[in-house]
Design a protein around this ligand. Sequence first.
Ligand code: SAM
Length: 249
Amino acid sequence: MVPRMLATPAKFLLRRLGLELRRLQHEDLSVPSIPDGHLYRPHYCPWLGDSEFERYYQIAAPRTLVSRHRCHVLYTMLQQCLDVPGDIWECGVYKGGTAAMMASFLAASGTDKKLLLFDTFGGMPPTDPLHDLHQEGDFADTSISEVKEYVGNAEFCGYHQGFIPETFVGLAAAQIAAAHIDLDIYRSVLHCIEFIWPRLSVGGMVVFDDYGFRTCPGARAAVDEFFKDKSAYPLCLSTGQALVFKSVA
Ligand SMILES: C[S@@+](CC[C@H](N)C(=O)[O-])C[C@H]1O[C@@H](n2cnc3c(N)ncnc32)[C@H](O)[C@@H]1O
């Protein structure tokens, strides 16, 4: 506790250093009169305790780099796209955390959609030093057999192991309802959206996990480059993700 007579000079000095002294808010921000009032912190944050989402998030959590609020965006993406024609794609699977969460959601929904999963399952391909901070071989501590075992739901999950875009060969006729692109690096993200966007159904969407992360400047560069002459705009989320909705063919 700073005595009042010391607070003003201290504030002044801190300001000179570009800092600010403020009293912490201790009030209870929950709103008992509203359903799920405890999730108003101060706005409604369903990712902090919605019980259905929580069940799915607990499947992702042990094997994902994707935070709780970003997983909630993926969960909402799937809910939104269940009636959109096409399958669900994930490019960038690593240990299978978000893939397992999405597979579990699709299994419970009773949809006939497939989940297509693309990764080397053995680490990053060569990166581009002009755009990327990641290095070749990052994320090598995984394996396709472990991922298959964790994700389960083999009857509707398809694995495409190798380098994107080579693993897109043979998929020219694909129809996609939603895609989660979590590749972190420039060339991979660009190749991916060049292939996916023309095959994405109207009403479908793409979530780019790493768009706003300072560790992945190449991911944002690729997204911005691709969409600069399109009639769709990346919606930059406070989670760090970007979401692009396809409203016209
Ligand atoms: C951040 S990790 C994915 C994280 C994952 N979604 C999760 O739940 O934690 C990025 C992955 O992208 C993969 N990747 C990047 N570029 C690739 C490419 N061109 N082809 C295949 N995999 C690639 C890497 O191997 C790595 O596993």
